[in-house]
Write a protein that binds this ligand. Structure first.
Ligand SMILES: Cc1ncc(COP(=O)(O)O)c(C=O)c1O
Length: 173
């Protein structure tokens, strides 16, 4: 997306003045993150790629940091039970389908990459059952990459600025 941003430099640049964000809060006591959340909700609502109403938004240093946080959050926090974390090739390593028959008996956290990288395939969770938890990596679920047949409405969805605007180095998920 570099040619686009170079062409639109003047209208797209963000200049932050030195006095801005000296504190963690604005002078009225509000957190600027609230405004950021409002803007994120607006983008998703306009594009229609996720049912954003009623969701919680959590920020991270890119999709990958959020993925680690999600796995941690969904893991059992005792030393007795363990869950297997399963992904599918090619962007992530692994073959989810080979665990299908075990899904009723063991605990799994499945990462669904949809659209898949690099082939763009829209994927669904493979593992079903009460022991299967799912994380949806929707990094590419934007209309400039893929048709968006319906708004995604999953329990845990990961998006990133890397793919929305191309600013992968800015590390914002
Ligand atoms: C499917 C998918 N998920 C996640 C990422 C990583 O995103 P981030 O740069 O926000 O960590 C990538 C980057 O290529 C990706 O292709």
């Amino acid at each position: 997306m570099e040619p686009f941003w170079v062409k639109n430099t003047a209208s797209s640049s963000i200049v932050v003045v030195g006095w801005h964000r000296l504190s963690y809060e604005f002078s009225d006591g509000s957190l600027n993150l609230e405004e950021l959340k409002t803007q994120i909700r607006k983008v998703h609502a306009k594009v229609g790629n996720t049912k954003i109403d009623g969701t919680y938004i959590i920020f991270g240093a890119g999709a990958i940091q959020l993925l680690h946080a999600a796995v941690h959050a969904l893991s059992a926090h005792d030393s007795v039970s363990t869950a297997k974390f399963i992904t599918s090739t090619p962007y992530y390593p692994g073959d989810t389908s080979k665990w299908k028959k075990d899904a009723e008996d063991s605990s799994f956290i499945e990462l669904v990459t949809s659209p898949n990288n690099p082939d763009g395939e829209l994927r669904k969770a493979v593992l079903q059952g009460s022991n299967a938890k799912t994380i949806h990596d929707l990094a590419y679920y934007w209309p400039h990459f893929t048709p968006v047949p319906s708004p995604a409405d999953e329990d845990l969805m990961i998006f990133t600025l890397s793919k929305l605007t191309g600013h992968a180095g800015s590390r914002f998920g």
